[in-house]
Write a protein that binds this ligand. Structure first.
Ligand code: PEP
Ligand code: MN
Length: 378
């Protein structure tokens, strides 16, 4: 099982022109035109005894037809997802190739995101950390990057405790325009320094298309926050990069809305997407949000994309974060994101919900226990 390295949508450049963008570090170059609305996805499942030559033959013929193919290799079968304009795909005799067992259209509106498009879970690599395999990957760090001392100290402590990815916001979406808005570029530079110090890859939010190129220069994974889940122009632009993107569920968004938003990113050719449940607004007022753990098994069934849970924003109260983190692992999350701060009372954002480094360390031990109980590891 491998991360998508090839781009199923990249073969055809007639539909549009990639936007000009200088600098190709970190996969930030725009590579791909938008997919048309009439696109269709077909799934070819090969026979268990199909040979490599037969599979190569199918894929090269699909390419010759000007269609796109995404090959996913399972233990028994190879699944070839074919994407292209509906009229063009429908006229092709895909079932006639030797080695083919079945050909079925993807009926879900979220075609590329749907589980059947791959027929197996995807792994997404953030730096050199794979999310979506047996390991439950821990992401941790402060809500906002505030200073060099703060981010380096927190990065060191969470790394020592077992976190594999450092989080921290440099561009902060705040409810009030008078609240701390993040350090911007200086925050990104501090994150890069923390990465140098600890070796941890970094995830940080991009709020606006105008900042994308800058954020791409520093981030190992882009976060699209809850408030931007349906910012379709931002989704399309992060879809044209090749950086992993963690898409957070909007606070008033359904699970299907989340899947459709992810489809925007994949339809631009970027399959490196993580979906994050971070709590939704309900009538409940005793907690900041209601962490919808229903979403975890539902997403795992509906999509091949890895699922992250953010219990910190989900419940919003430090004391209750560990319980929900453990529950998220038990529910099947591939990754857990936790806010950690070394001086929460001084935090410039979300101080009331972040764990202290020692509390995070304890939580990691307990998460390990739950992960092992369900056949996973930390
Ligand atoms: C965050 O991760 O700090 C954040 C602002 O998240 P969300 O978009 O889920 O509110
Ligand atoms: Mn936060």
């Amino acid at each position: 099982m491998s991360t998508f390295l090839s781009n199923p949508l990249a073969a055809d450049t007639k539909l549009g022109t990639a936007l000009p963008r200088s600098g190709s570090q970190n996969g930030c170059e725009l590579v791909n035109p938008p997919q048309t609305a009439e696109a269709l996805a077909m799934i070819i499942i090969t026979r268990p005894d199909a040979t490599e030559e037969q599979i190569d033959h199918i894929v090269s013929r699909i390419h010759k037809w000007g269609l796109r193919a995404e090959v996913s290799r399972g233990e028994m079968r190879v699944v070839i997802g074919v994407i292209g304009p509906e009229d063009k795909i429908r006229e092709k005799p895909l079932g006639a190739f030797p080695g083919v067992e079945s050909v079925t259209p993807v009926l879900k509106p979220y075609k590329l995101v749907s589980y059947e498009f791959r027929g197996m879970p995807s792994k997404v690599k953030v730096g050199n950390v794979a999310v979506g395999g047996k390991e439950v990957v821990l992401m941790a760090g402060p809500c906002s990057v505030e200073s060099e001392d703060q981010i380096i100290a927190i990065a060191q402590s969470i790394g020592k405790a077992g976190a594999k990815i450092l989080r921290g916001g440099a561009f902060k979406p705040r409810t009030s325009p008078y609240s701390f808005q993040g350090l911007g570029k200086a925050g990104l530079q501090l994150l890069a320094e923390a990465r140098r110090e600890t070796g941890l890859p970094i995830i940080t939010e991009v709020m606006d298309t105008k900042d994308l190129e800058l954020v791409c220069e520093y981030a190992d994974c882009l976060q699209v926050g809850a408030r931007n889940m349906q910012n379709f122009s931002l989704l399309r632009e992060v879809g044209r990069t090749r950086l992993p993107v963690m898409l957070k569920r909007g606070m008033a968004a359904s699970i299907k809305d989340l899947l459709m938003s992810a489809e925007y990113i994949l339809s631009e050719g970027n399959f490196n997407v993580l979906l994050c449940e971070r709590g939704i607004r309900t009538f409940e007022t005793m907690t900041r949000n209601t962490l919808d753990l229903n979403a975890v098994p539902v997403l795992k069934a509906e999509t091949h994309l890895p699922v992250v849970v953010d219990p910190t924003h989900g419940i919003g109260i430090r004391q209750f974060v560990p319980a929900m983190a453990l529950a998220a692992v038990a529910a099947g999350a591939d990754s857990i994101m936790i806010e950690v701060h070394n001086a929460p009372e001084l935090a410039k954002s979300d101080g009331e919900q972040c764990l202290l480094p020692g509390e995070f360390e304890d939580l990691v031990c307990r998460i390990r226990g739950v992960a092992e109980a369900i056949g996973r590891e930390v």
